[in-house]
Design a protein around this ligand. Sequence first.
Ligand SMILES: [Zn+2]
Length: 401
Amino acid sequence: MINPISNFSFNFTPFAQSQNRIKTDVQQVLTNPITRPKLPQPTTMMALLYNNISFTGHREDLVRSIGHVSCPCCGTKMLTNGDMEDISKELSKKDTAEHYINTLHPYEEYMHKTEKDVFHKFEQWGKENPKGTLSNFLAENRESSMKACKDKQSEVFAKINSIASSISSQAGEKFANLTKVYSNTPVNNEEDMKTVRKNILSDIKTSKSIINNEEKFKELKTLADSLPTSKNSTDAFIVRYAGKPSEKIGTRLVKLSVGTIEHVKPQADGGRDRIENYLLECGECNHTRGDVSLKDWVEEHPEMKENTQKYFDEVIEKINNNELGRELDNYPNAVRGALKEQSKGTLTYDTSALKPKTDERPKKSENTDKTDKSESSKKPQTHKPNKPHKPHHHHRLNLAA
Ligand SMILES: [Zn+2]
C-alpha cells in the first residue's frame, strides 16, 4: 500500500508544471472521503511549501521599511504603502474638490512633476469650484488638453524634420515622410499618442546608420521622448484620465511615488532575493526601466548618480539615528557590489557617513525621542537632514512610457 502523504509531498513541488503530476492512484486516495488521509490544512501546506517565498517577503519588507527617502533614480521623495492606504481611505469619504485638495496637499512634495502640475491646476480650479470634483475638472479640460497635445506633436515633428534635413537629404526625406504619415494618423486619446511616440522612437533607432551622427541621433531621440504621454505631460494626463472616477484620479496622483523593490541584478539574470540586491525605487522608475540594463539607464539618466548618493545619505542618516531594523545596519555597503557590477562601475557612492554600530546601542530616552519610533508608518513630513546635502537640481527624467 502506498503512503499517500509521502508520495504526495514528494510529487508536489511549488512549480505549477508539477502540480498535474500527482499520480492518479494518489488522487483517488485523496478524493475518496473514506481513505482520504488527514493532510495539513491548506494554509499550513502553503506555508510549508512556500516558506522560502515568505522569507523573501520578509526581506522585501525590511527594505520597504526604510520608508520616506528619495528615489535613487529620479530623486522624488517616496511614499509608503501605509500612506497610500491612508490616502485612499480619506479620499473615499467625500469627493469634493475641497476635500481632495486638503487630503492631497500634504503629499504634494512626494508627487512627480506631471502629477504635481495637474494637482496645482486642480487647486486653482478648486478655489472657484469647491463643490466640484477632480473628475469634473479633468472632463472640463479634456478638449483643450487634447488640442495642446496635438500642437505639441506638430511642434516636435517640425523639430525632428529640421534636424533630419540638416543631416542629409536622405534623412530629411525619410523623416519628412514618416512625420507626414503620423500627422495624418488620427490621435483621439492618450493610447494613440503613445503609439505614435513608440513608432517614431523605433524609426529613429532603425535609422541610426542613415543618421550616422551620435549627437544628432541623441537629439532626435530626446525630441521623440518628449512627445506627450500621461507620464511627461499634464495635458496627456488629463486626456488619459478624463472620464475616470475622482478616486482613481486622486490616487493616481500619488500612487507612482510609492517605494517599490527594485532588483539591481534582474531576477531573470539570476539576481537574488536578498537585501544586497534591492533598491527602494519609486513605482514610476521601477516600471519604466523595464529590461534596460542599469548601465544604459545610468547613461540615459546621469542624474541618477547624484540621486543615488542622496538615497544612501538619507538611509545612512536613518541607520545612524537607529530608526531602522538592525538587519539594515550594513545595507548601504551590502548593495554596493550589485550596483557596481550592474552599472559596469559607473554608479558609485560614498558611505563614509555610516557610523560603526556597537552591540550596545545607546538606549533612547523614552521621553525625548518618541517621535522616531514608527517613522515609516507616520504621515510624511519634510525631513530636514542634519547633514547638509549638496544643493541639487530637481531633474525630470525623460521617461519612456
Ligand atoms: Zn523614481
